[in-house]
Design a protein around this ligand. Sequence first.
Ligand code: NDP
Length: 328
Amino acid sequence: NREIHLASRPQGWPTEDTFRLVETEVPTPGPGQIVVRNQYMSVDPYMRGRMNDVKSYVAPFALDAPLDGAAIGEVVASEAVDIAVGTTVLHGLGWREYALLDAAAARPVDPSIAPVSAYLSVLGMTGLTAYAGLLEVAAMKPGETVFVSAAAGAVGSLVGQIAKLKGAGRVIGSAGSPAKVERLRALGFDAAFDYHDGVRESLRAAAPDGIDVYFDNVGGDHLEAAISAMNLHGRAAICGMIAQYNATEPPAAPRNLALVIGKRLTLRGFLVNDHNNVRAAFVRDVSGWLRDGTLSYDETIVDGIENAPEAFIGVLRGDNLGKMLVKV
Ligand code: NDP
């Protein structure tokens, strides 16, 4: 059993020295437990925050212990009455080949409904984040103009498409390369730009009549530009601020926060875990869109647990189109 440990706490960007590949025995289950051979694991930007030893909404990773995160795999040993060997389960112990879990901590899923990786991307936490953030937190209404940053990423690419499917008037996305911008146009975004060309100017050109909703994955200059572009009573769902996850100094933007007053804006942070109340509607809508082909999702799959550190640094750097996953 190979697993990835946190070897040191990064200052700024993580490096290969942040991680250590460790070999251990394949675990055996105790009463009520199962062992899962992981097939795919999720690689998530929020993990960067857990590498710092600070109090947050989720506990920091411990040094010299395995990292964790969402994973899916097949049960290969079971001492639990309700989960048989061969069951495909979703759980929270990724970053290792074999996971030992209490059966209650694993959720069986049907691998015949969708490719198993989809339970970590479009049908999983990623999809729910996009759905709940856009429709609940930002309360997007038909006809509105929506802007989303990191739009070619896992959450962002779904936000833009769901906005269109739910009747947005105009959807604009920003991303970090011409190839990603091209992909956004193919996904049905009305306008897309490379933020290296200047966020404020590009957004103004893409949304001459302003924006009503901003789905923020980036923070910093993107949030500042969105505040400037917002119409009266505009709403921002603050999902992530990836531009500052590796920063060693506090961010300089947004400098125009006072506009929130006159424009009566709402900037609302959220965590996907608080939105299980829309899960049923999410599953119904997304399964339907997948079935009729109106929703597409990209996955960038890195092969091998030994390459998981590189995949993690990659998602922070923008190597991914859609959801970054490791095939364990
Ligand atoms: P993505 O698939 O979007 O990957 C991250 C992307 O961020 C990269 O591909 C990169 O694309 C972009 N990026 C990196 N640095 C910068 C920068 N300085 N400026 C602009 N873009 C940058 O990841 P996820 O979809 O998993 O997550 C998206 C965001 O949502 C993250 O901020 C994450 O923390 C947050 N999140 C929040 C949740 C919640 O409950 N609140 C739940 C899940 C995710 P590019 O090439 O375009 O730069």
